[in-house]
Ligand binder design. Sequence first.
Ligand code: ADP
Ligand SMILES: O=C(O)[C@@H](O)C(=O)COP(=O)(O)O
Length: 427
Amino acid sequence: MIGAIADDFTGATDAAVAFRHAGLRTAILFGTPAEQPDLPPHDAIVIALKTRTVDPNLAVQQSLTAAQWLRARGAPRIYFKYCSTFDSSAAGNIGPVCDALAQQLGSPVTVVAPSAPNHHRTQYLGHLFVGGELLSSSPMRNHPLTPMTESHIPTVLRSQTERPVELVTHAIVREGRAAVRRELDRLAQLGVRYAVIDAVTAEDLDEIGAACAEDVFATGSAGLAGGLGHAIAGGARETRGHDDGAPGTVGEGLAAVLAGSCSARTLEQIALMQVEHPSYRLDALSCTDPAALAQGAVAWYDSLPAKWPAPLIYSSLGSEELQRTQQRLGTDVAAAILEEAMGRVAVALVERGVRRLVVAGGETSGSVVTALRIPGGLIGNEEAPGVPWIYTPGPDPLALLLKSGNFGDPYLLTRAIRARHVPDLQK
Ligand SMILES: Nc1ncnc2c1ncn2[C@@H]1O[C@H](COP(=O)(O)OP(=O)(O)O)[C@@H](O)[C@H]1O
Ligand SMILES: O=C(O)[C@@H](O)C(=O)COP(=O)(O)O
């Protein structure tokens, strides 16, 4: 069994998919449960937290609680899943959370591997690339909460921890799992506490996963989750795409899209969705009261003719307009207003019968799922790599698609809500 803690909700779904593709039966939980829930048989549990941008002390406390819960549930090893673009602020939270978990778990040296080649994030000589660009030149430099302006991951991590950090280069990874293991042991003996490891391909991550599969603690993106999953499952690469019987079809309920992501890919997806779908923008500059903002959006939803295509409610803005909002209201205040408003909108839409909810943005997904008090779900098929449908338990399930800001092709949102039952205006 492996227990994973993800620092945001879309990241948790990405990791859950990676475990599932490796052949592990995977359960996802939103937050650390207060009690022991009944879970279907599983080899991996992913706990989704919303700790990427909160105060570092809170992130540490929540991560430690999740790790304790997973250990008590029988997980001999813990994986901390953060973003493949190493999303963090100057204060953390990757460094502080890694420090606390490494100490709690007694990890001598901890692997740090942000690469996720299936999402085109690769690391070479410590430098993280997004597609063909360095992280610091990619759209991540304009992220509303965690702008990434340094691509050299050992440098980023050193700014967040006092523990010694060293790089394990791709040349060592290419030598294979035994060489990686030897290097980790050598670094541990030298007193190094974090080994930031290059990885360019999924095969690299399988070698790294095999090298650290017995470690009590490892960290990275969904990429290394896949590598560890393979090592634990003892499976071959062909197991990728294996279906463990989770539901594969999208529900039949009314659909809506909620977008709080301002990532470049989400903005493209929104523009394409607006061609055929009605949309409403939550504007924090015109109203700073989340309840009133949400009320305006819900009144608009209620005014839509019965058979209109699924609507979009969004707050997403391009970087210039976004900066204006952040300068006027403050970055954290603007985010808090819009996240609370989006959570309230989600609750109202579900009360009105919406049963398929597509949410764009990791923080936004965290707010929506928390507002809906959803404890966890079953992982279904992927609408895009790393973006699976999630089915909530109970007699009246919801189908959720939690989309990471930069994931999915430009038509993802449009495709996700275009299910068989959506009324066709042409008829
Ligand atoms: N118009 C806006 N002005 C200021 N902040 C915004 C605006 N729209 C969204 N945000 C905030 O930006 C953050 C986007 O983060 P997130 O939802 O994680 O998206 P992504 O997955 O793209 O990182 C959220 O906290 C959201 O509330
Ligand atoms: O690793 C990734 O890129 C994702 O799993 C992830 O964490 C995405 O975060 P958001 O872009 O904030 O949704």
